[in-house]
Design a protein around this ligand. Sequence first.
Ligand SMILES: NC(=O)c1ccc[n+]([C@@H]2O[C@H](COP(=O)([O-])OP(=O)(O)OC[C@H]3O[C@@H](n4cnc5c(N)ncnc54)[C@H](OP(=O)(O)O)[C@@H]3O)[C@@H](O)[C@H]2O)c1
Length: 298
Amino acid sequence: MKQRYGVIGVTGFVGRYVARALASRGYDVVGFSRSGVGRVPEVCEWRRSGAWDFSSLDGLINLSGERVDQRWTEKNKRKFEASRIGVTQEIVATLQSMSDHDRPKVWVNASAVGFYGDRADEICTEGSPPGTGYLAQLCLDWEAATKGIEETGVRCVMVRIGMVLGRGGMAWDRLRLAFAWGGGAQLGSGRQWMPWIHVDDLTAGIIWSIEQNSISGVVNGVATEPVTNRDFTRQLARALRRPAPWIAPGWVLRGIFGEFGSFLTSSQRVAPKRWIDAGFVFRYPTLDLALAELLQKP
Ligand SMILES: NC(=O)c1ccc[n+]([C@@H]2O[C@H](COP(=O)([O-])OP(=O)(O)OC[C@H]3O[C@@H](n4cnc5c(N)ncnc54)[C@H](OP(=O)(O)O)[C@@H]3O)[C@@H](O)[C@H]2O)c1
């Protein structure tokens, strides 16, 4: 019988890629959504997010989360938290309520490199301590919300995801458009490290983590070659053959985006140590390779 994987947040950018990759590997995809039922062709069965039903699933992938690239008002912060910490707590409670026989065997939960805060040139691996600030605390609480899962026997993998580059993703689509029109800009000093990952590598890494019985706990979902914002700006401008002479000062970013603007100039030099040590092979380890693929005609 085909293995069945439940994907929470399947209607989102990463969720759609994961659904496609799971289906192409011969797995059945059960999609969870609050309201997007029917929107992802690879999903063979839809279930409602919130009314959690994890029966007849071999594994679970949770990619839910309210977008953080909007103003961090108190109201929005409650949404960021409920859609990450709250949903994760509900998943744990549901898995705990199931019998050993019915319970999915593996669960991949999203997290983010925001966990590391602002770390200048320090190389952060999975063992590095958390940083400070709202996003670091959010990620810390998000991961801590998986507490209690070990006792159920479910293998839990948390992926600290960096900026995901892929067609249809907000970051790539906006960057590509801005740079193509000559509006590409370095953010602040440009010295901050930007952990990124090609969406195909993230998707492959998630499915690989499901298939490798030996992996559990935190993994960094980033490419092997992080770049500074200055190098990212130069490489993208060069790949598009457009100038990117602008600099967006930190105070302007904070004025436009509020607290999220400060995050744009924070530095995380993150290494995917655990995936590499365990033998995962990246298709797009360098930004040059990723940009070459992303700028091909789809
Ligand atoms: N994309 C990135 O660069 C990036 C970087 C770091 C971490 N991540 C994390 O990776 C995960 C997937 O990212 P993505 O870019 O695919 O996100 P996305 O496109 O914004 O999709 C996330 C999904 O979460 C669900 N969702 C949104 N707001 C929600 C809310 N208030 N309550 C409950 N569910 C909500 C939605 O599903 P329904 O509406 O169908 O329920 C949505 O399709 C997220 O947890 C994100 O924080 C992403």
